[in-house]
Design a protein around this ligand. Structure first.
Ligand code: IMP
Ligand code: MG
Length: 183
């Protein structure tokens, strides 16, 4: 079908994603205890598939919550303007918070999120991102867990979109130039 014909190449396969998400789950199990009862904050919409797969590897007690931040609209470059579209339901004061992101690109979104959450007095604040694109970083943010580093290319799939589509692809891929140009 058309969606798959738009893919130039697969960057990270379904099997690679599966194996790495299991490893990240094991690392999170090792870091926190049941007593910590961390709150996993899923940054919508891109991290929804990652979070869903990640929590199925968790053995520690935890809770999940959601946050949505405005970002690129239909483009592929950050405007730098960030605002909260959906805020947490939970009060995070005194809680161990783990932000779950899809990708850290310029770092602007995560910088905004972590600064905002820190003002709410969490007991700890860590970040788990599936992907990191270090070549594009403008703001250096410590990342506690990184699934994969990716080259300086726009990627889609496994929750990540291009113009709100392709989130359903079970792999991380690069789209054809004609698609990216909107032809
Ligand atoms: P940053 O603020 O520049 O770090 O961008 C972070 C957000 O932009 C991510 O949470 C994604 O939603 C989106 N983003 C950045 N790079 C890509 C990409 O290659 N594919 C899809 N979305 C991306
Ligand atoms: Mg995102």
């Amino acid at each position: 079908m058309g969606l798959y014909e738009d893919v130039e190449r697969v960057l990270i396969s379904e099997a690679e994603l599966k194996a790495r998400v299991a490893e990240l789950g094991a690392q999170i199990n090792a870091l926190y205890s049941d007593e910590d009862r961390p709150l996993l904050v899923c940054v919508l919409k891109g991290a929804f598939i990652f979070l869903a797969d990640l929590v199925r590897h968790l053995r520690i007690r935890h809770e999940i919550d959601f946050m949505e931040i405005s970002s690129y609209g239909k483009g592929t470059a950050s405007s730098g303007v960030v605002r909260i579209l959906l805020d947490l339901e939970q009060n995070i004061e005194g809680r161990h918070v783990l932000v779950v992101e899809d990708i850290v690109d310029s770092g602007r979104t995560l910088d905004y999120i972590t600064r905002n959450l820190r003002t709410r007095g969490p007991a700890s604040l860590r970040v788990c991102t599936l992907l990191s694109k270090p070549a594009r970083r403008e703001i250096d943010i410590p990342l506690d867990f990184v699934g994969f580093e990716v080259p300086n290319e726009f990627v889609a799939g496994y929750g990540l979109d291009f113009a709100e589509e392709y989130r359903n692809l079970p792999f991380i891929g690069v789209l054809k130039a004609s698609v990216m140009a909107g032809l």
